[in-house]
Write a protein that binds this ligand. Structure first.
Ligand code: FAD
Length: 707
């Protein structure tokens, strides 16, 4: 009599690799797991990625579009959709090469798993277990619970494995539980050092033929209609991209002068190639000197997108570095520093990877506060004495105070220009356009962009985080939202409100010849003076004319003017900020004082170039870029001069009339309670309302109202 089958469903998530994969390793190396078959499965969930492209013909999707809660942006834009498709296909091919395979499905976890259990059971396959790695995130935890509940009901083993893609394994942390995590990175780092000795060994990929076989195709139920699953990579990319590629109407052409810093393909194979190249080209060795670059593929590792999808693990990076440092991997024998131990560059990489671990641990500690307007600092006691709590401006009437100035309409306009890269602030616009076109922008640029939105413009930072979520090829829920909080002053930056980037000074420091801004913002490329390139409104009328910029909104209506002398000093040093920094240091700051390990390198850390922000009439702006001294007050865009009521810029939103039936915002920054929203339309910034859900569809909020 045939042995009864026992199938383990291995649900791959952001562990899209066969190497260093704890579940595959266990199944490939243990003879006692008891499974006759293994069904590796990847699910594209309609709340996180748009799946309407998988529908053949005219059928309607049972799910609402995958859009964000606050700004109603697409959850996953074309750059990451492509990268993800490539990564999924690559792991499918790798599994096939090992004698297994990968089933791709569209749907919510619980529906797909339910269908599979029913279908396999009907074909005399007993599902013995469902295994997956655990992830942080409200939605991710909800997915886990939904599958766990089905398994419990059916008497199926459900196991969440530790996701081993971090530098220091959770089982080796110096803290007993996540509530003990220090709120200052340096404190955590010190408890984790020496970093080079901490990571566990890498798990080898299963050997060919060692994984329990893939169930016969005839036993696997088909994808639930109306979706169909493509059978080639090209077809998969087409259905993933088709609904999201026109995410920004009137997107300008990719500038001829610009080159993508992130031309990389998704997948584990490409990740290993990149890692090897970085060591062989001395990119790792030189990383400390190059990491603040803005242009090209080589100034930083560009491993983030691979790490985000789990195509490579931090400890695999660490071990590849060990092979070079210890002189044990002959592939690197010709590289300077081979066998000479850890160097500045490789140490800095480990340090950055620890930042990634830390952001994830912060997410574990604070849970859904990651998405709250008030951030991790929801508790007022978490602010330093004398530190101002941010007062946010909102682009919707529902969230804005009745007397919000500038008006919600103007803020919506400014936001549209911020996202499209037409603010008139060169570094910000260049970065935003680079992001639009390539899905990547450097860490230096990200910090400036986030600081500009949150601190110069005072706009609800979650719009920036959601915009990044849509566009970043390397979007990672913990790293993105925790970094946005950090820079916006509501997260784990002990300097909070005091850290403000002056994007003009930063441009002078990091884009010394203006090549970066000129390449992504070709309109300003003909301006000769750097200060004008970095802030077009400072150009003289003559230079504006010569550059063909007459009437350009970046000149006539910059969303912000920043005073800055060409000599590189703010025109009016901000004594107050300095004084308060000292006071804060003396007090030890929040949970232990300022953080010398801020992810921001030295020039960015020191409150330098605090923006005076005095409104300035464009015609008064001198060609030198020197402006009249400011009054020290921050004035948001729209308060400059006369009220500008007419929308400008080339992007006016996607005019969505449909959105989802939930709301998660809160006006807490202005001490307004959570408002009952989710109604009506409002163009681009309409809040979600009920979609065309099928019976069982529900999409509870990721964000809870600020408690
Ligand atoms: C507002 C903002 C949003 C961000 N959003 C994301 C995001 O969604 N996903 C993401 O991976 N990173 C994010 N970062 C962190 C950082 O900008 C990127 O990790 C980095 O630019 C990716 O390029 P790279 O791989 O070449 O980095 P490298 O400079 O080569 O660094 C090596 C690795 O270290 C990690 N790392 C470096 N800096 C940080 C950091 N500050 N926080 C967490 N990990 C870090 C990344 O995994 C990175 O791949 C964000 C930073 C800011 C300021």
């Amino acid at each position: 009599m045939a042995q009864p089958s026992s199938v383990v469903i291995h649900l791959l998530r952001r562990d899209l690799r066969v190497g260093d994969n704890p579940i595959l390793h266990h199944l490939g190396s243990s003879s006692s797991h008891g499974f006759t078959h293994c069904l590796p499965l990847y699910i594209l969930t309609p709340n996180q990625i748009e799946v309407s492209g998988f529908i053949l013909g005219d059928a309607k999707s049972p799910y609402p579009e995958a859009r964000s809660a606050v700004g109603s942006y697409l959850r996953c834009g074309p750059h990451r959709a492509r990268f993800l498709g490539e990564a999924v296909w690559n792991v499918k091919e790798s599994l096939e090469a090992l004698g297994s395979g990968l089933l791709i499905r569209v749907g919510m976890f619980k529906d797909v798993v339910r269908d599979l259990i029913d279908g396999l059971t009907a074909q005399n396959h007993k599902v013995g277990a469902v295994w997956m790695v655990s992830h942080e995130g409200v939605e991710e935890n909800r997915d886990e619970k939904s599958v766990s509940a089905i398994c419990e009901k059916e008497g199926i083993d459900f196991k969440l494995w530790t996701d081993e893609k971090y530098l220091i394994d959770d089982r080796d942390l110096s803290i007993a539980n996540n509530q003990e995590l220090p709120d200052v990175f340096t404190t955590y780092r010190k408890s984790a050092e020496p970093l080079r000795e901490k990571p566990r060994a890498v798990l080898p990929p299963p050997e060919k033929g060692t994984l329990p076989p893939f169930p016969e195709i005839s036993a696997i139920p088909a994808q639930a209609p109306p979706f169909t699953i493509p059978d080639s990579l090209d077809a998969l990319l087409e259905v993933l991209l088709q609904p999201v590629q026109n995410f920004l109407p009137n997107l300008p052409q990719f500038p001829k002068s610009a080159v993508s810093a992130h031309p990389f393909k998704g997948g584990e194979t490409a990740a290993y190639e990149r890692l090897k190249h970085l060591i062989q080209s001395e990119g790792m060795k030189n990383y400390k000197d190059t990491r603040n670059g803005l242009i090209g593929t080589e100034f930083s590792t560009k491993l983030s997108a691979y790490l985000a999808q789990g195509c490579v693990t931090s400890r695999q990076i660490h071990h590849a570095l060990l092979g070079y440092e210890n002189g044990t991997d002959s592939a690197f024998k010709n590289v300077d520093g081979y066998g000479a131990g850890e160097n500045e560059g490789t140490a800095a990489i480990r340090f950055e990877l620890l930042w990634r671990d830390y952001m994830r641990l912060c997410h574990q500690k604070y849970g859904a506060k990651l998405f709250h307007l008030k951030g991790f600092k929801a508790d007022d006691a978490q602010y330093n004495e004398g530190e101002n709590k941010p007062k946010w401006k909102f682009p919707t009437k529902e969230l804005a105070a009745a007397d919000q100035n500038p008006s919600p309409e103007r803020i919506a306009e400014v936001l549209a220009r911020f996202t499209a890269g037409t603010t008139g602030m060169g570094l910000i616009d260049a970065s935003q356009r680079e992001l639009l076109h390539t899905g990547y922008t450097s860490n230096r640029a990200r910090q400036n962009v986030a600081s500009f939105l949150a601190k110069h413009l005072g706009i609800d930072w979650r719009h920036g985080a959601e915009w990044y979520e849509m566009l970043l090829v390397d979007y990672d829920v913990s790293s993105n939202w925790a970094n946005w909080q950090y820079v916006s002053g509501v997260g784990n930056d002990p300097r909070g409100e005091l850290r403000i980037f002056n994007p003009v000074k930063q441009a002078f420091d990091y884009d010394k010849s203006g090549d970066y801004v000129r390449s992504w913002v070709p309109e300003v490329s003909k301006l000769e003076k750097l200060e004008n390139v970095f802030q077009a409104c400072t150009a003289s009328a003559e230079d504006v004319k010569a550059a063909g910029l007459e009437g350009n909104i970046m000149v006539t209506d910059p969303v912000k003017r920043i005073e800055f002398t060409v000599e590189g000093k703010p025109s009016k040093p901000n004594k107050r900020a300095f004084f308060r920094r000292k006071a804060q240091q003396a007090r030890g700051g929040r949970s232990g004082g300022t953080d010398p390990d801020s992810p921001i390198s030295s020039e960015g850390q020191h409150g330098d170039g605090i923006d005076d922000g005095k409104p300035q009439n464009q015609t008064q702006a001198g060609s030198s870029g020197q402006a009249a001294s400011g009054d020290g007050s921050e004035k948001p865009a729209g308060q400059q001069g006369s009220d500008r009521a007419q929308p400008r810029g080339y992007y006016h939103g996607n005019d969505r009339s449909q959105s989802r039936g939930y709301h998660h915002g809160s006006g807490s920054g202005s001490d307004r309670g959570a408002a009952g929203l989710g109604r009506g339309r409002g163009g681009r910034y309409a809040l979600p309302h009920a979609g065309q859900g099928r019976g069982h569809w529900e999409q509870p909020p990721r964000l809870q109202p600020d408690a």
